[in-house]
Unconditional design. Structure first.
Length: 210
């Protein structure tokens, strides 16, 4: 049954409906509210999926990246405009010269799909992509001591193969950022679930002399 549900996530309309039905959209909206973005800001969204939350953004300059062609095609049809670009590519250093320094980088539901090595690399690149004063925000399924049996089952059976404790996420982030904090969110979704929302500022590389 679980495999069948995971398979449905490849169908964009069903994925969006499921996200909204479970309340996962509210989790992403909370991250956007945390950033308090303003008109004119530049935003890089890595792992944007179909970007169903795009309409909640102010008049930003937006660059979305995902490796799922169906999601990117949907986003391009629905949200493509003068202020949005969607790329079916892995975001990397090769993009830094093509995109203005970002006020915010979004990693929403992404790091728990990536190995430690891949997470380290992405966080370093995200730090390099930031404008002065810019921020990275991530939110991921996590394991944490307070969660009940249903929440732990949800974390254990998530599609991501690298679900970590909050401390595990923070340890990776502190290799790339000098300012890292976060909080557990366990009241956003309709099914009991635990998530770690992590805020990152002041990239380590930016703090080093050239």
């Amino acid at each position: 049954m679980l495999a069948g549900v995971k398979g449905l996530l490849g169908h964009v309309s069903l994925y969006v409906a499921l996200q909204r039905g479970l309340g996962a959209d509210r989790l992403r909206y909370r991250c956007l509210d945390e950033l308090a973005l303003s008109d004119g800001d530049t935003v890089i969204d890595v792992g944007c999926g179909p970007a169903y939350y795009f309409e909640r953004l102010p008049e930003v300059r937006y660059f979305g990246f995902d490796t799922a062609p169906r999601y990117i095609e949907y986003a391009q049809r629905r949200w493509g405009s003068d202020r949005a670009e969607f790329h079916c590519e892995i975001f990397g250093e090769q993009h830094l010269a093509k995109i203005p320094p970002a006020n915010a980088v979004l990693l929403l539901g992404l790091l728990h799909h990536l190995s430690d090595e891949d997470s380290r690399h992405l966080l370093r690149v995200a730090g390099k992509a930031l404008a002065p004063g810019g921020r990275v925000i991530a939110v991921d399924t996590c394991f944490e001591p307070r969660q009940g049996a249903v929440s732990r089952w949800m974390s254990k059976n998530d599609r991501g193969e690298h679900v970590r404790t909050p401390e595990g996420f923070v340890t990776l982030a502190k290799e790339a950022f000098t300012d890292v904090d976060g909080e557990i969110i366990d009241d956003a979704t309709r099914i009991p679930s635990s998530f770690w929302m992590m805020r990152m500022r002041d990239p380590v590389l930016a703090a080093q002399p050239s």
